[in-house]
Design a binder for this molecule. Structure first.
Ligand code: KIV
Ligand code: ZN
Length: 512
């Protein structure tokens, strides 16, 4: 088999990243983009972990029909039955069972023997097999497990009917040569190995997730589990874009291919960045802002003469839009629509109308509207949530003499006008305190960041915040040429998400 199966786990392991939480509609948007990207498998969530995850997996299973839709599942009968409830509407469902395998997990966490683990794994597969033929099994913490036990468990789960066996480097401990040896050992020592696909799932704690995955592919693994922008638990997972582009760019070396439509990589990366609020570092391979920028004179000279001198990939292959047009206040709907489509956006008519209005408002304040500004406007549009409270007005006074003061007007449920004012340590603090006085939804601000979208004094300021309530994190994003307004919008975005989630769980949002 010369094809490497790309298993995307952005919506499951990716969403496990600290501070990353997406609502059902956002997960569906990402799943649709993953379908455009032509990944083979989407791990849509962990249905038994929460009602929200169950709904997300079920919704994606209904609406995304081309790739395999997979749900992660504990190895116990109740979890298997419930996971199937979420997945059964899928065109191509997969149940992904997992159980710890390393002694350190068995002794300290599960308090089970190796024999018990093998029995449990076998029985779970037999039960899941009643529902679907497509079963994946993961012996968790495989890279810290004695290889002989991995061979034994792989042999047993294939006997039970697993069609994919995934070897996870759960804690990102492996080193490429050593991990490759483990994968090679599985092919040599497991006699029924031809009946299953060997997969790998590498974490990035030592920055080796991609290297370990590629080494495993060299040794015969034919499925790689990865996430867009490499997001995931702790230091993240192997990054999809790096795996896919390494296999494509070094086809001469790997002699393998993937089914990924690489021209959708940039769109996927941008969507995940905007919806999760996890920015992409400028030097990130493939999708970072500097990945295709040449600074040194010698490099620039070479690239102008012949791009291949210093560019191993054409930015167009990953869908990075080439900047040409600059829009301004005289640009109309047609030019804006054209530019959106060149930038890879496909908005509904309603979304387009709102984005166009936002563009017109911005063009009144900013002479030139650049691609990054448009990306920021669309990100704002994509992150909209049903607004219980709408931010209507903000007025602040601040400086190094007076006491920072804010007055805020919100439009609340039923169109009610709600106004208040408060003092703060700075203008943003004053705005947030005022909003809290009106909305009265207890929460803690855990993260606040502001950055400018483009260069120049008239640039849009983009604010991303995270608030926490009852152990759940909600991300908010706001953008405006006035950073106090952007901060207010970001806070309202996060608060409205919190309120919407509480309402859908039948809980009161306000302090009684
Ligand atoms: O890292 C890990 O081991 C996992 C498994 C559930 C596959 O995410
Ligand atoms: Zn993982």
């Amino acid at each position: 088999m010369n094809r490497v199966i790309i298993f995307d786990t952005t919506l499951r392991d990716g969403e496990q990243a600290a501070g990353g939480s997406l609502n059902v509609q956002e997960k569906l948007q990402i799943a649709k983009q993953l379908e455009c990207l032509s990944v083979d498998v989407i791990e849509a969530g962990f249905p038994v972990s929460s009602p929200g995850d169950f709904t997300a997996v079920n919704t994606i299973a209904k609406e995304v029909r081309t790739p395999i839709i997979c749900g992660l599942c504990h190895a116990n009968p109740k979890a298997i039955d419930r996971t199937w409830d979420a997945l059964k509407v899928a065109a191509r469902p997969r149940i992904h069972l997992f159980l710890s395998a390393s002694d350190v997990h068995l002794v300290y966490q599960l308090k089970k023997s190796r024999d018990e683990i093998v029995e449990l794994a076998y029985a779970s597969i037999v039960r899941a097999k009643k529902y679907t033929d497509d079963i994946e099994f993961s012996p968790m913490d495989a890279s810290r497990t004695e290889p002989e036990f991995i061979y034994r468990i792989v042999q047993a789960v294939i006997d039970a009917g697993a069609t994919t066996v995934n070897i996870p480097d759960t804690v990102g401990y492996a080193i490429p040569g050593e991990f490759g040896k483990l994968i090679g050992g599985i092919f040599k020592n497991v006699t029924n190995i031809k009946k299953a696909v060997i997969s790998v799932h590498c974490h990035n704690d030592l920055g080796l997730a991609v290297a370990n995955s590629l080494e495993a592919v060299k040794q015969g693994a034919r499925q790689v589990e990865c996430t867009i922008n490499g997001i995931g638990e702790r230091a993240g997972n192997a990054s999809l874009e790096e795996i896919v582009m390494a296999i494509k760019t070094r086809q001469d070396f790997f002699k393998l291919s993937t089914g990924v439509n690489t021209t959708e990589i940039y769109n996927a990366s941008r969507l995940v960045r905007d919806l999760t609020g996890f920015s992409v570092q400028p030097n990130k391979a493939i999708v970072g802002g500097n990945a295709f920028r040449h600074q040194s004179g010698i490099h620039q000279d070479g690239v102008i003469k012949m791009p291949i001198t210093y560019e191993i990939m054409d930015p167009k292959t990953v869908g990075i839009p080439s900047s040409s047009l600059v829009l301004g206040k005289l640009s109309g709907r047609h030019a804006f629509r054209e530019r959106l489509s060149e930038l890879g956006y496909h908005l509904t008519e309603d979304s387009f109308n709102r984005a166009f209005q936002a563009f017109k408002d911005l063009a009144e304040k900013k002479k030139e509207v650049l691609d990054k500004d448009i990306e920021s406007l669309v990100a704002e549009e994509q992150r909209t949530v049903a607004e219980t409270y709408h931010l209507d007005r903000i007025q602040v006074t601040s400086g190094d003499r007076g006491i920072p003061t804010a007055a805020v007007r919100l439009i609340g449920p039923g169109g009610k006008v709600l106004e208040d004012a408060a003092l703060g340590t700075g203008p943003v603090d004053a705005v947030y305190k005022t909003i809290n006085r009106i909305v009265q939804v207890p929460n803690t601000l855990t993260e606040f960041s502001v950055k400018s979208v483009t260069e120049g004094i008239d640039a849009i300021g983009e604010v991303v915040i995270r608030i926490e309530s009852d152990g759940i994190t909600y991300t908010g994003r706001g953008a405006d040429t006035d950073i106090i307004v952007a901060s207010g919008r970001a806070y309202m975005n996060a608060l409205n998400r919190l309120i919407a989630e509480r309402q859908s769980a039948g809980k009161p949002a306000r302090k009684s």
